[in-house]
Structures are given as structure tokens and as C-alpha cells.
Design a protein around this ligand. Structure first.
Ligand SMILES: *[C@@H]1O[C@H](CO)[C@@H](O)[C@H](O)[C@H]1NC(C)=O
Ligand SMILES: *[C@@H]1O[C@H](CO)[C@@H](O)[C@H](O)[C@H]1NC(C)=O
Ligand SMILES: *[C@@H]1O[C@H](CO)[C@@H](O)[C@H](O)[C@H]1NC(C)=O
Ligand SMILES: *[C@@H]1O[C@H](CO)[C@@H](O)[C@H](O)[C@H]1NC(C)=O
Ligand SMILES: *[C@@H]1O[C@H](CO)[C@@H](O)[C@H](O)[C@H]1NC(C)=O
Length: 217
């Protein structure tokens, strides 16, 4: 009985510390590291197609400080722009070809929200390192998931090999083609804890709809 009481007290204390921690860590709780499949971005882009770069490899969309109650926020905090040459490979602007502007936008909108943890240099370096650590294009290829105009996959077909390779559950994001109704695989999200060092499971919030056939092309 005493045991039970003290472990209960411990839990209450731990929870209180957890709350304090969350409240003291500013405006985000975890990171979403978002990688996009450029052909889908370009196919469903509203930007002029003469600048499109439908590269056949997953590239970085962004590293987003996130919050469970409001997964797309915070954003639009203030900060200064910065650029690095290796990002030309991992983080190109596949929609309008101006890489600098894309990085500037991602930094201003998302990076500045975690500036107390990662300064601008660290933010971009960390993003590039995460991109380098797991090659999604390769993981999918190894699981025979290769771009196809005809074949369809389920959500778990695509998630499983990534989960096996990384040991963590990713989140998939899709885009629907309004004309054909086809659901296209668009982005793969990895989640990281507050420091952007340890990968954690993403919990499925939006994603790609339930039980729908997903196209990867
Ligand atoms: C999550 O976001 C909401 C709305 O943006 C904000 O009010 C809240 O303080 C945030 N919570 C945490 C734990 O950061
Ligand atoms: C790209 O964007 C940057 C930053 O917004 C801007 O200064 C530059 O002029 C743009 N380059 C081109 C070629 O449009
Ligand atoms: C990722 O894998 C693809 C497919 O195997 C390969 O073409 C590409 O070079 C790899 N990228 C990196 C950065 O290793
Ligand atoms: C490649 O696929 C094999 C069998 O399908 C699997 O055992 C292995 O872990 C995969 N390797 C990578 C790097 O995903
Ligand atoms: C996602 O997981 C976190 C951590 O386990 C939890 O606090 C949060 O309530 C979950 N959010 C949703 C929408 O399930």
C-alpha cells in the first residue's frame, strides 16, 4: 500500500515536472523533419512550370518546430537569412528554382521558432545531417517501391520499410490531384524530440487518408 502511494506520488511529481518542462521550453515541443518527393510537388504546384525541377529523389522541405495541439504552428517568427552550398543538393527549391529564397522562407517561418535551441548555422547543418542519415529514396527502392504510373500502395506498404530502417514511425503526407482524384505520395516526415537529436515516433494526425490507394510516381 505504501509502495503504491509513493509510486503514485512519484508519478504526480514526474507529471508536474513534465508540465513545467513543457512550459519552460518555449513555443514548440518537437520537430517535424519533412522531406518531399519533387515530382508530386511539381505535378500539383500552382507555380509556373518552366521553373519546375521534378528531381527523382526525396529532398528537404523543412525542419519544423512543432506543437501537438497545433502541428503547423508556430511560424512566422523573426530572424535573419543564411545559405549553405551543400543544401543545394539536399534542400533545393524544386518549384521555382530559387534555393536561397526557399531557405530564407523556411528559416523565417520555422527556423526562428527554435532559435533558442539551434542557431541558424546549426539549424541548416542539422537538417542536412538528418537528410544524409537515411536515404528514403534508397529505402523505398530496396522495398521495391519505385515510381510507377500504374501501381498503387497502401499507407503501411510505404511506412513499413522506412520504419524498419529508422526504427521509428514516420508520417506520410499526400496530395490529391483534383482532376484524377488520385492520392499522390508527397512527403515523408520524421519526428525528433526538442533538441532535434533523438528521433521519436510521429503520431499519425492528418496523413494520407484511410485505406486509400496511394500513387508514387
Ligand atoms: C501550442 O500552440 C498553441 C497555439 O499556437 C499555444 O497556445 C500553446 O502554448 C503551444 N503549446 C506548447 C506546449 O507549446
Ligand atoms: C532569389 O531570392 C533571393 C532572396 O529572396 C533574391 O535576393 C534573388 O534576387 C532571387 N534570385 C533570382 C534569380 O530571382
Ligand atoms: C540515395 O539513394 C539513391 C537510390 O539508391 C541514390 O541514387 C542516391 O545517390 C542516394 N543519395 C545519397 C545522398 O546517398
Ligand atoms: C533491404 O531489404 C531487405 C529485404 O527486403 C531488408 O532485410 C533490409 O533491411 C533492407 N535494407 C535497407 C537498407 O532498407
Ligand atoms: C501525440 O503524441 C504525444 C506524445 O505521446 C501526445 O502528447 C499527443 O497527445 C498525441 N497527439 C495526438 C493528436 O494524438
Amino acid at each position: 500500500m505504501g509502495m503504491l502511494k509513493s509510486s503514485l506520488a512519484f508519478l504526480v511529481l514526474a507529471f508536474a515536472f513534465f508540465l513545467c518542462f513543457i512550459m519552460s521550453t518555449g513555443s514548440y515541443v518537437y520537430f517535424q523533419f519533412v522531406q518531399q518527393w519533387p515530382p508530386t510537388t511539381c505535378r500539383l504546384s500552382s507555380k509556373p512550370s518552366n521553373q519546375h525541377r521534378p528531381l527523382q529523389r526525396f529532398t528537404i522541405h523543412g525542419l519544423w518546430p512543432s506543437n501537438y495541439s497545433n502541428p503547423r504552428k508556430p511560424s512566422n517568427c523573426n530572424g535573419s537569412p543564411h545559405m549553405r552550398s551543400k543544401l543545394k543538393i539536399s534542400w533545393p527549391d524544386v518549384e521555382s528554382g530559387n534555393d536561397t529564397r526557399f531557405w530564407e522562407g523556411e528559416w523565417n517561418k520555422h527556423g526562428t521558432c527554435s532559435e533558442e535551441r539551434l542557431n541558424q548555422m546549426q539549424y541548416f547543418e542539422r537538417s542536412h545531417d538528418i537528410w544524409m542519415s537515411y536515404n528514403i529514396t534508397k529505402i523505398l527502392k530496396n522495398a521495391s517501391i519505385i515510381p510507377s504510373a500504374t501501381q498503387k500502395w497502401t499507407y503501411s506498404d510505404i511506412v513499413s520499410p522506412i520504419k524498419t530502417a529508422t526504427g521509428r514511425t514516420p508520417l506520410l503526407r499526400c496530395k490529391q490531384d483534383k482532376k484524377t482524384q488520385l492520392l499522390h505520395l508527397h512527403e515523408v516526415v520524421f519526428c525528433f524530440e526538442y533538441n532535434a537529436l533523438k528521433q521519436i515516433d510521429c503520431n499519425r494526425t492528418a496523413g494520407c487518408g484511410n485505406q486509400q490507394a496511394i500513387s508514387f510516381q
